[in-house]
Design a protein around this ligand. Structure first.
Ligand code: 5GP
Length: 231
């Protein structure tokens, strides 16, 4: 390690809780960490504001950002484009805090290639039940869209073996502690690659059986009203 630490990059399947961890990390350590606000072509969801959750831009504007080298990385996720403005990385190192990126695995690989000393941590949900339930009740999507979201989540899971650091997000406070331990290069809170691989197989099996149910025209198993209220 030399000089300013590189960005902290949280990756993992949708529904693992990486956004919640990123926000909690910045809330509890405002002097050390700053959230990187990405640009996206997707429309804002309820309550989201331009410049807060995302920079909401048109596809044409996004294309210009790519062509003009304004993005440190970008990727297409769920049919929309997402990218990290270069200035997020530069701006943050200027005030001494570390940018926290909550991005997909393709974006993380691009950040690693830039050689900025990024610490990439793969966030895993603790088990298939609650995770699949969370993905299923997340929006007002049709079963087809839920199946698509699950398939993307499966793709993200399959990328896990190419990463080195894992945190199983069972309890938010502990996950923040574990992420900080990884960022500091400390041995605490580690989930080994082989433990992560075993968990990934269970998660994959859970997601695959839910996709099969949805494709057979059945109702999502875990979208009961009790869970929906919890979200
Ligand atoms: P959502 O639309 O649910 O907010 O995000 C969808 C996915 O896009 C999430 O997996 C999120 O991590 C990813 N994402 C958000 N911002 C970026 C970004 O700047 N770059 C990349 N590569 N992925 C992003």
């Amino acid at each position: 390690m030399n000089g300013t630490p590189g960005p902290l990059v949280l990756v993992g399947p949708s529904g693992a809780g990486k956004t919640t961890i990123a926000k909690e990390l910045v809330k509890t350590h405002p002097d050390r960490y700053t959230l990187s606000v990405s640009a996206t072509t997707r429309s804002p969801r309820g309550g989201e504001r331009h410049g807060h959750e995302y920079l909401f831009v048109s596809p044409a504007r996004f294309r210009r950002m790519v062509e003009g080298g304004e993005l440190a990385e970008w990727a297409e996720v769920h049919g929309e484009c997402y990218g990290t403005p270069v200035e997020n990385l530069a701006e943050v190192s200027a005030d001494g805090s570390v940018p926290v990126l909550d991005i997909d695995v393709n974006g993380a690989r691009q950040i690693l290639k830039r050689g900025t000393g990024a610490v990439v941590i793969f966030i895993l949900p603790p088990g298939p039940g609650e995770w699949v339930g969370r993905l299923v009740v997340r929006g007002t999507e049709s079963p087809r869209e839920i199946a698509r979201r699950l398939r993307t989540a499966l793709d993200e899971l399959r990328a896990a073996p190419s990463f080195e650091r894992f945190v199983v997000n069972a309890h938010l406070d502990q996950s923040v502690v574990d992420v900080l331990a990884h960022a500091a290069g400390e041995p605490g809170g580690r989930t080994s690659a082989s433990q992560a691989a075993v968990l990934c197989r269970r998660l994959e099996a859970g997601a695959r059986s839910e996709i099969a149910r949805l494709e057979a025209g059945e109702q999502p198993t875990l979208a009961g009203p009790k869970r929906a209220q919890k979200e």
